[in-house]
Ligand binder design. Structure first.
Ligand SMILES: [Zn+2]
Length: 304
C-alpha cells in the first residue's frame, strides 16, 4: 500500500508540470490494480450501474469473512489541487445534505462497524512547503508511533501520504468549523494532513521501534486476529482520538474494545453476487444487486 501511495504521489507531482494533466480516475484504477497484485484475498469490482449515487462514496470496502463478520468502509477520494487545497470538499451533498461528506456520514454507522473515510491523493514537488522535504509544515506528523518528527521518523516518509486516510467525521469538523473562511484557507492541505495518516495505517500501525523487526505489531502485544486489528484501528481513527489517538494507542490496539457482534453477518445482495463472480466489471442482474459505489473492494480473509 505504501508503494501505491508513492506511485500516486509521483503521478500528482508530475501532473503539475506544464502540459501535463492529472487524471483522477486513472489514479484510482491504478491504485486498485496495484493493490490487487499486492494484497492476498483482495478482489475489486467496477460497476457503472450504481443505485445510490447518493451514498457519497467512490469506493466501498468489505473486510472480513463469514465467521468473523464483515467491516465496511465507505471512502470518498479527493485530490489536492495546484493551490494546495482540497477544494472539491465543497461538493454539495445528495438531497438536503449540505455537503457530500454529510451524505457519506449518513450512510455509515460506526456502531455497526460501518465507517466513513476520506482518502486524499497528494503530491507536490520537494520544497513546496519547506526546503529539503516533501512534508507540508506546519501540518502535524502523526505517522510516528515513537513521536519522532517527519525529519527523523523511520516509520514512514512524507510520500506515503500520497494516499492519506482521515475519518470523514474529522473532515466535517475541520470544514464546518471554518465555514465563513474563503476556500483557499479553509480547504488547505496542512489542516487536513494533521488529522490524517498514510492509508496503510488503517490496517494497523507500525511498531514503535524499527529494530524489533518488520512486524506491524509490538511483540508484547496480543495481536489478536487480523479482522480484530483492522476493526480496532478504524474504531480509534473514527471516534477515539482520530489519527493522534491511533498513534498514541498503537502500542495497545489489541486492547481497544470492539463489538464483534455488531459487524455485518449477512452481506448485501450485490456483495454476495460479486463474491460469486470473477473480479473486474460487475453487471447487476437486478435492482437489488446495484452497488452503493462505483468501485467495490472485497478483502476476504484466506482460510487456513
Ligand atoms: Zn517514526
Amino acid at each position: 500500500m505504501d508503494t501505491a501511495s508513492i506511485e500516486t504521489w509521483r503521478r500528482i507531482e508530475f501532473g503539475r508540470l506544464p502540459g501535463r494533466r492529472f487524471d483522477e480516475a486513472s489514479v484510482t484504477d491504478n491504485l486498485l490494480f496495484t493493490l490487487q497484485n499486492q494484497v492476498p484475498g483482495l478482489l475489486t469490482y467496477q460497476s457503472n450501474q450504481v443505485q445510490e449515487r447518493d451514498s457519497g462514496a467512490d469506493w466501498e470496502w468489505w473486510i472480513g469473512d463469514d465467521q468473523a463478520g464483515w467491516i465496511c468502509l465507505r471512502i470518498q477520494a479527493k485530490r489536492v489541487y495546484e493551490d494546495n487545497t482540497y477544494r472539491m470538499l465543497k461538493h454539495p451533498g445528495a438531497g438536503e445534505d449540505a455537503f457530500q461528506y454529510d451524505t457519506l456520514i449518513k450512510g455509515c454507522n460506526p456502531d455497526q462497524a460501518r465507517y466513513a473515510f476520506h482518502v486524499f491523493y497528494n503530491g507536490w514537488p520537494e520544497g513546496t512547503f519547506e526546503d529539503g522535504t516533501y512534508w507540508a509544515p506546519p501540518a502535524q506528523w502523526n505517522a510516528c508511533p515513537g513521536l519522532s518528527s517527519y525529519k527523523d521518523c523511520k516509520h514512514a516518509e512524507p510520500r506515503h501520504y500520497g494516499c492519506a486516510i482521515i475519518s470523514t467525521l474529522d473532515v466535517k469538523k475541520l470544514s464546518d468549523g471554518d465555514a465563513a473562511a474563503p476556500a483557499a484557507g479553509r480547504f488547505r492541505v496542512q489542516r487536513y494532513l494533521s488529522a490524517a495518516v498514510p492509508w496503510s495505517y488503517a490496517f494497523g500501525f507500525p511498531p514503535w521501534d524499527r529494530k524489533r523487526g518488520e512486524k506491524r505489531w509490538h511483540p508484547r502485544l496480543d495481536r489478536g486476529d487480523w479482522v480484530d486489528r483492522v476493526h480496532g484501528t478504524l474504531e480509534v481513527l473514527t471516534r477515539r482520538g482520530g489519527a493522534r489517538g491511533a498513534r498514541d494507542a498503537s502500542g495497545h490496539l489489541g486492547e481497544i474494545p470492539i463489538d464483534r457482534d455488531h459487524r455485518t453477518f449477512v452481506l448485501p445482495p450485490y456483495v454476495e453476487a460479486m463474491r460469486g463472480s470473477a473480479p473486474g466489471h460487475f453487471e447487476p442482474t437486478s435492482e437489488d444487486e446495484a452497488p452503493a459505489a462505483p468501485q467495490t473492494v472485497i478483502v476476504e480473509r484466506k482460510r487456513k
